[in-house]
Design a protein around this ligand. Structure first.
Ligand SMILES: C[S@@+](CC[C@H](N)C(=O)[O-])C[C@H]1O[C@@H](n2cnc3c(N)ncnc32)[C@H](O)[C@@H]1O
Length: 285
């Protein structure tokens, strides 16, 4: 048992009781998620970690964090892989929306028009629940038409959000969609599906979803990409990890390919491989 005081956030007490979650448990989780996903959790995330993982402890019937983490680290084979995936899924933050940071999509439309007639490969590598990849697909269809020769390779480390993305079903009042886009690109649910919208097949044809961890040592992603959307994921990585990912991304991109970053991400320390082309948009050097 930890000699340090335990912390149980007041808002995290479930009906089945509560678990002790001391600094040593938090430290252990912090180390494991950094090793697995590159995610750096600062001290302020302790309550979030408790709330997300205690649900998993209850589901599995563990009596303490120590017991759960010991089982996780001690397991082997397929069951271990499955539980590591659950652990990662619990700890990712998946906030996203359609046409988030919408200045990127105007720039993308211009870029697509300039490259009309080429077979283009786009990589959306923190695809989350799909709003970002489908925003890319809508931009492609609007700029180049429904028969565009474009592949949008979408990936994320989190298998749960990817399952949602693959379905392409959203609440009808989802943020970021204009009435015109709702009409042009979505089917409206009726009867028991009222209140939901579904991405049209012509957009789904453009996207493919894959589980991919940016921490992987080996990246075999096929032909190099013309455009990469890597938005609001690098903020979770420390500087050396960001650099490692940028170097690998550089190798996975064509010369002069574009890299779109999130609003608070800045890769100016890596200007030897990516030069700034616009607001949070970089060109591969
Ligand atoms: C905040 S969301 C950003 C979603 C979208 N790109 C956007 O900007 O709206 C961050 C996503 O990065 C994913 N992620 C975190 N660590 C990752 C890793 N090591 N490899 C791949 N994806 C990761 C998470 O699962 C999550 O879906």
């Amino acid at each position: 048992m930890s000699a340090l005081p335990s912390i149980v956030p007041a808002d995290s007490q479930g009906p089945e009781g509560e678990f002790s979650f001391g600094p040593a448990d938090f430290e252990r989780v912090r180390k494991l998620i950094h090793q697995r996903a590159g995610i750096s959790l600062h001290a302020g995330k302790q309550a979030m970690v408790y709330s997300r993982l205690s649900r998993r402890l209850r589901e599995l019937g563990h009596g303490s964090f120590g017991q759960y983490l010991q089982a996780l680290e001690g397991a082997s084979g397929a069951a271990a892989n499955a539980e590591w995936q659950e652990f990662v899924n619990c700890l990712t933050t998946n906030l996203t929306s359609f046409f988030r940071e919408d200045h990127h999509f105007g720039l993308l439309a211009n870029e697509l028009t300039a490259r009309r007639g080429q077979n283009l490969r786009i990589w959306c590598n923190a695809a989350s629940t799909g709003e970002e990849p489908y925003s890319l697909a809508m931009t492609v269809v609007e700029a180049l038409g429904a028969n565009a020769s474009v592949t949008i390779f979408c990936s994320d480390i989190d298998t749960k959000v990817l399952a949602t993305a693959e379905q392409g079903i959203y609440a009808a009042d989802a943020r970021g969609l204009s009435p015109e886009r709702l009409r042009q690109h979505f089917l409206r649910g009726t009867a028991s599906n009222a209140g939901f919208i579904r991405i049209k097949p012509e957009l789904q044809r453009l996207v493919e979803f894959h589980t991919f961890n940016l921490m992987n040592d080996r990246w075999s992603l096929g032909e190099p990409f013309d455009i990469v959307f890597c938005r609001n994921v690098m903020i979770y990585f420390d500087a050396p990890t960001q650099r490692r990912v940028l170097e690998r991304m550089h190798r996975a991109m064509k010369p002069r390919a574009l890299l779109f970053a999130g609003h608070s991400e800045n890769f100016s320390d890596s200007r030897d491989i990516f030069r700034l082309r616009g607001k949070t948009v970089y060109e591969r050097v």
